[in-house]
Design a protein around this ligand. Structure first.
Ligand SMILES: CC(C)(COP(=O)(O)OP(=O)(O)OC[C@H]1O[C@@H](n2cnc3c(N)ncnc32)[C@H](O)[C@@H]1OP(=O)(O)O)[C@@H](O)C(=O)NCCC(=O)NCCS
Length: 170
């Protein structure tokens, strides 16, 4: 069911605290049971901090419900991770999270639609997601297909089991 009254707007660096709050609430609850406890203890502090480069990019969005942050997500032209590589026509979905109080109400989809509309305006034809294990059905519903399972390596030798997914929106 679509959540009424959710507004999607561009994020700015001033939204860092709210973005960190929603990333923390979402990932620490929704990754439980999909990753080992010891991996979560190492990974969560690394992946739940708002990314300043995304916030200042003009390509990162907040979903607001009653003025509070219900979710966040964006996209970039550079690939995430160390490579930062750029492939003409390809955009990368980044840091999607919906607060556990707002799940399955279309918030994540609304955020993706905002990303897609902007990416299309910039001439992109393909989107790639490095999905967490539990988010795969969400991206499949948005039209993504699984390319491969792989591990994102973080400092300290901890790895995040991930799924590379691609969409070619019409
Ligand atoms: C993935 C996530 C962003 C989805 O947000 P959401 O607002 O609940 O998604 P939507 O309501 O727009 O879902 C759209 C459709 O996706 C599918 N979907 C979403 N979450 C799903 C789940 N947990 N299980 C199965 N299907 C799911 C459903 O088909 C859903 O439609 P329906 O509710 O009518 O059945 C949210 O679950 C989340 O924050 N997960 C944890 C963080 C994370 O792993 N983010 C991805 C990082 S790569």
């Amino acid at each position: 069911m679509q959540e009424s009254g959710v507004k999607v707007r561009l994020a700015t660096p001033a939204d860092a605290a709210e973005v960190t709050e929603v990333l923390t609430a979402s990932y620490s609850r929704l990754w439980q049971g999909h990753y080992a406890e010891s991996d979560l203890a190492a990974l969560l502090p690394l992946v739940t901090q708002a990314n300043p480069r995304l916030l200042e990019s003009g390509r990162f969005f907040l979903a607001l419900s009653d003025g509070r942050c219900a979710g966040c997500g964006g996209w970039s032209i550079a690939a995430p991770g160390k490579s930062g590589g750029i492939t003409p026509g390809l955009g990368h979905v980044r840091h999607f999270a919906v607060h556990p109080d707002h799940l399955r109400k279309g918030v994540g989809s609304a955020l993706y639609n905002a990303c897609l509309a902007q990416a299309r305006q910039e001439g992109l034809t393909r989107m790639e997601a490095w999905s967490s294990l539990p988010a795969v059905p969400f991206y499949e519903r948005l039209g993504f297909r699984v390319i491969e399972h792989f591990t994102v390596d973080f400092p300290g030798g901890v790895g995040l089991a991930s799924v590379k997914m691609i969409a070619d929106p019409a």
